[in-house]
Design a protein around this ligand. Structure first.
Ligand SMILES: C[S@@+](CC[C@H](N)C(=O)[O-])C[C@H]1O[C@@H](n2cnc3c(N)ncnc32)[C@H](O)[C@@H]1O
Ligand code: SF4
Length: 383
């Protein structure tokens, strides 16, 4: 049987100009390990290996994430997109590139557009100079503004702006000012993340003074209202979009679609359908984390660092972990198609969850408005 679960491609670019003190992503300061040419060679080899597991399938999105993909040349990005185009069918494809305002040059962004990138995700974080400094960002507030102009001049219409709130010493008014400035650009998508202190970061060891819980709650609520007033609908915990402008790539993750992950530390999820009994098997596969090791291992034919088949209870849990982040949850047809499981397993997994927090029937599973605010309480009650 033909596998028609949507398929996305994630490409990880693991270098940044400088490591931000709050960041726990697999990103490394651009040092002697930086080797664009060899890394692209490794990405192509990695993609070819992955292709063996999903021949004949159509790609619905590509996401260049990081790290700072905009550190790479447009030629490098073009080479990867072209190779994907040679291997896979493309269908109305969304191709996103994450960009840091400290790396914007008009010519380069024109060339990214030419290379096939049709969506930019710009890591603004804040427009406030003091907050940018406290976050250790490489860009200033002027560059934050001009990056958006540069992107528009290069012909990008589909733009996301990443903002963070709950910043050191941030007042509600300052958080609102950031949202207001972002809304004024009238981009289709805004991501609004609460700053979290992650282990193994500089901020974990030297934690700055952050807004108190009550203040944070008020800040988030007021920012949400301001986003709604500007026609940005919240469709996921941190994602807000104008009508029909949600991120297709992330939507596919949240609905437990398939994705290939290539690049240092990237992981993927692929389902295969057994021709004999039509049963579905889901495989997770991940790649070597350190950039140099990834390049060396991949170029000697060994990109994969580990893999495993998901067990039934993990499938249901992972499905819920993702789908319940969406405000509208998931329909049951999608659950069945993307997990290969009967409704019974889903119903059983949520049987201890308070019905005030979650709605489940033969058609849909979704949090209630209250459940959306207390997702952790739901997850704790899963069987
Ligand atoms: C993978 S990062 C890459 C974006 C790009 N490198 C940049 O920083 O401009 C994606 C986004 O995650 C968010 N992020 C990273 N660390 C975070 C943290 N500790 N708490 C909240 N949001 C975070 C930031 O908004 C960032 O833009
Ligand atoms: S630029 Fe982005 S990916 Fe790089 S360290 Fe900063 S937040 Fe992390």
């Amino acid at each position: 049987m033909q596998n028609n679960i949507p398929l996305s491609l994630y490409v990880h670019i693991p270098w940044c100009v400088k490591k931000c003190p709050y960041c726990d992503f697999n990103s490394h300061e651009k040092d002697s390990s930086f080797d664009e040419k060899k890394y692209v060679e490794a990405l192509l080899a990695d993609l070819e290996d992955e292709y063996e597991h999903c021949q004949q399938r159509t790609l619905s999105s590509i996401f260049f994430g990081g790290g700072t993909p905009s550190l790479f040349s447009a030629d490098a990005i073009h080479t990867v997109i072209n190779h994907a185009r040679q291997l896979f069918k493309f269908n109305d494809i969304e191709i996103t590139l994450e960009a840091n305002p400290g790396t914007f040059e008009q010519e380069k962004f024109n060339a990214f557009r030419q290379a096939g990138v049709n969506r930019l995700s710009i890591g603004i974080q804040s427009f406030n100079q003091e907050h940018l400094e406290s976050l250790g960002r490489i860009h200033d507030s002027k560059q934050a503004l001009s990056a958006i102009e540069t992107a528009k001049l290069a012909g990008f219409e589909n733009i996301n702006l990443d903002l963070m709130f709950g910043l050191p010493q941030q007042s509600i008014q300052q958080a609102l000012d950031d949202v207001k400035t972002a809304c004024a650009f009238d981009v289709p998508h805004i991501s609004h993340y609460q700053l979290t202190i992650e282990e193994n970061t500089y901020f974990h060891k030297h934690t700055p003074v952050l807004p108190e819980t009550d203040l944070l709650w008020e800040m988030q609520t007021q920012c949400q209202d301001l986003l709604a007033d500007n026609a940005y609908q919240q469709y996921e915990i941190s994602a807000y979009a104008k009508k029909d402008k949600h991120c297709l790539h992330n939507y596919n993750y949240w609905l437990f679609g398939d994705y290939i992950g290539i690049g240092a530390g990237a992981h993927g999820k692929l389902s295969t359908i057994d021709n004999k009994d039509q049963s579905l098997k889901i495989i997770r596969r991940w790649k070597h984390r350190q950039p140099r090791q990834y390049i060396d291992k991949t170029l000697s034919g060994n990109a994969v660092s580990g893999e495993g088949i998901l067990k039934r209870q993990d499938i249901v849990f992972e499905f819920l972990l993702n789908a319940l982040r969406l405000k509208t949850g998931s329909d049951i047809k999608t659950f069945k198609k993307h997990t290969g499981l009967d409704f019974y397993y889903l119903e059983n997994a949520v049987k201890n969850v308070d019905p005030e927090l979650l709605i489940i029937d033969k058609d849909t599973i979704a949090t209630t408005d209250r459940g959306f605010l207390f997702l952790n309480e739901i997850l704790e009650k899963l069987v």
